[in-house]
Design a protein around this ligand. Structure first.
Ligand SMILES: *[C@@H]1O[C@H](CO)[C@@H](O)[C@H](O)[C@H]1NC(C)=O
Length: 250
C-alpha cells in the first residue's frame, strides 16, 4: 500500500512542476550562459556603431544591477523602475542607473534579439546633429561609451501581454542618456581609451581586471536529493525537494 505521505509528496512535486512549466525557460541571473549572452549581445552592437567610437568601453556583468533588474522584472510593469532617477535609491554602487525594457513572447526571446531591437533605433538617431526622429533612448543607452556595467533579467508577465509574455530588463551603470551629451566620441576606434585600457574587439577594455569575488555566487545546490527512509525524514526530504524545485523554477 502506498502511504498517504508518499502521495502528498508526489502531489506537491507535481504542483510545483506545473506552476513552473512556463518558467522553465526563465534563466537565473546567475546562469553563466544567460550572463554571457547578455554581455556579448551588448558588446557586439557597441563595437558596431557608426560613425565609429573612439572611447567605447567593454561592458561586463554586475550582479547588483542584475538583482535590481530581476526584482523589477518580477513586478511585471511595463515602465521604468521609479528608483532610477533617485540618488542612490537603485543600489549602493551608482548614484543613478540606466534601464532598458523589452516585452514580447518568450518563445521569440533571445538576449541578442532584444539588444539588437534596441540597437536598431539607430536608424532614428543622427549622431552628427544629435537629433532623434522617433525613439532613440534604448539605442543611446546601449551604446553609451561610459556605461561599463550591465545586469539583466527575464520574467514571465502574462498580465502584460497574455500567456507566454516575457519581460526583459537590463540595468546599466554608470547610466547614459544625459541631456545634450553625445553617447560616445566619434573618432578612430579605441583612439581615446583610458591608459589602463587596451583595445579588445573594437572596445576599450580594462587591462587589469579586478578579481571577481566568489562569495556573490550561490552556494552549491542539492543535486536531486533522494528521500530518506522513515516517514519524518521522508516528509522533510519531500518539503526540501518541493522547496528546491520552487526555488529553481520561480
Ligand atoms: C534590426 O535591423 C536589421 C537591419 O535593418 C534587421 O535585419 C533586423 O531584423 C532587425 N532586428 C530586430 C530584432 O529588430
Amino acid at each position: 500500500m502506498v502511504s498517504k505521505k508518499k502521495w502528498s509528496c508526489w502531489w506537491i512535486i507535481n504542483i510545483s512542476l506545473q506552476v513552473s512549466q512556463s518558467a522553465l525557460n526563465i534563466p537565473l541571473i546567475t546562469d553563466p550562459r544567460f550572463i554571457d549572452n547578455c554581455v556579448k549581445a551588448h558588446n557586439k552592437v557597441r563595437a558596431m556603431v557608426s560613425p565609429t567610437a573612439a572611447n567605447m568601453k567593454t561592458m561586463s556583468w554586475d550582479h547588483e544591477l542584475a538583482t535590481l533588474a530581476k526584482s523589477w522584472a518580477m513586478e511585471c510593469k511595463f515602465r521604468h523602475n521609479s528608483c532610477l532617477a533617485l540618488s542612490y535609491k537603485c543600489g549602493t554602487k551608482y548614484q543613478f542607473v540606466g534601464e532598458n525594457i523589452w516585452l514580447g513572447p518568450l518563445r521569440k526571446f533571445t538576449a541578442d534579439s532584444a539588444v539588437v531591437a534596441w540597437y536598431n533605433e539607430t536608424v532614428f538617431y543622427d549622431y552628427y546633429t544629435h537629433k532623434c526622429s522617433k525613439v532613440c533612448g534604448h539605442y543611446t543607452q546601449v551604446v553609451w561609451a561610459n556605461t561599463n556595467k550591465v545586469g539583466c533579467a527575464l520574467a514571465m508577465c502574462p498580465n502584460l501581454a497574455g500567456e507566454g509574455a516575457a519581460i526583459f530588463v537590463c540595468d546599466y551603470g554608470p547610466p547614459g542618456n544625459y541631456l545634450r551629451t553625445f553617447p560616445y566620441i566619434n573618432g578612430k576606434t579605441c583612439s581615446l581609451c583610458d591608459k589602463d585600457e587596451t583595445c579588445v574587439k573594437k572596445l576599450c577594455q580594462r587591462s587589469a581586471k579586478p578579481a571577481e569575488t566568489s562569495n556573490s555566487r550561490p552556494s552549491s545546490r542539492p543535486q536531486g536529493s533522494r528521500p530518506a527512509k522513515g516517514s519524518a525524514s521522508q516528509q522533510k526530504a519531500c518539503s526540501v525537494l518541493a522547496l528546491y524545485l520552487l526555488s529553481i523554477f520561480l
